[in-house]
Ligand binder design. Structure first.
Ligand code: NAP
Length: 236
């Protein structure tokens, strides 16, 4: 039976490429975008490549939008095999300390609460799959071990700590969802040339999508509760 995937923030950047690579492996991909026009343009692009994709409008910061997307998927497909929580934002510090609560609220609302919201709405659909896979997009900048050890690591307090929270959620939900046969892992794509960092990144999106796609397609004997990049495991 065809696998069904939902990729959030799929209208551009790494998310669009994850959608492309999953669809190239015969997965039907629901490309989620908060803006219907931008989302439709991305769906049209992948459709022209002969890929099986469709659009759902989904803003991860908006409860009603996430609930409506889940209902649409329930009515149309009745299950979800793969959820890639890719939608994310970087919040660059105005000053190095970034001790304003607003910056943290902004980063956490999308990067952390957005994932909680989406997982909450999609849990029943993933359970219905019988082999659900959740991939949360994070970064080596979230690794507490690497922050301590590496003096050159970029310190963006709101962004890095929001992704550390994503890592923590992954470990916890990997345990809580194991009885539903759902695997939950974190993917780090590396430093990627996208809008998120004003194209300062050095990897391309094709390279960046490889690890999340691998984790989305794990067999039943694959890992859960891990933090991975192309080279293997990353320390927490
Ligand atoms: P990007 O090009 O800026 O794309 C981000 C995507 O997230 C866009 O589709 C954006 O939609 C969407 N998004 C933002 N807020 C949203 C919301 N409230 N609801 C729904 N969608 C929303 O960034 P990217 O580099 O591809 O990043 C993708 C993921 O990888 C992020 O989680 C990021 O933290 C992570 N990551 C990136 C890098 C890197 O070097 N680029 C490194 C490590 C991790 P709009 O077009 O509507 O804004």
């Amino acid at each position: 039976m065809t696998k069904i995937a939902l990729v959030t923030g799929a209208n551009k950047g790494i998310g669009k490429e994850i959608a492309r690579q999953l669809a190239q492996q015969d997965v039907h991909v629901i490309m989620a975008a908060r803006d219907s026009k931008r989302g439709q343009a991305a769906v049209d692009e992948l459709s022209r490549e002969g890929l099986s994709v469709e659009l759902v409008v989904l803003d991860v910061t908006d409860d009603s939008s996430v609930t409506a997307a889940a209902k649409t998927i329930q009515d149309k497909h009745g299950k979800l095999d793969i959820l890639v929580n890719n939608a994310g934002i970087a919040v660059w510090p105005q000053d190095a300390l970034q001790l304003d609560v607003k910056a943290f609220q902004t980063a956490y609302d999308t990067n952390v609460f957005g994932i909680v919201r989406t997982m909450g709405a999609m849990h029943g659909l993933l359970k219905a799959s019988g082999e659900g896979r959740i991939v949360n997009m994070s970064t080596s900048l979230a690794s507490l071990g690497l922050i301590q050890k590496n003096p050159d690591l970029m310190l963006l307090p709101a962004y890095n700590s929001s992704k550390s929270a994503v890592n923590a959620l992954t470990v916890i939900y990997a345990k809580l969802l194991a009885d539903d046969a759902i695997k939950v892992n974190v993917a780090c794509p590396g430093f990627v040339d996208t809008d998120l960092n004003n194209h300062m990144g050095i990897r391309n999106v094709k390279e960046a999508a490889a690890t999340p796609v691998r984790l989305a397609l794990l067999d039943s004997d694959g890992p859960t509760g891990g933090f991975f990049n192309d080279d293997g495991s990353i320390e927490w």
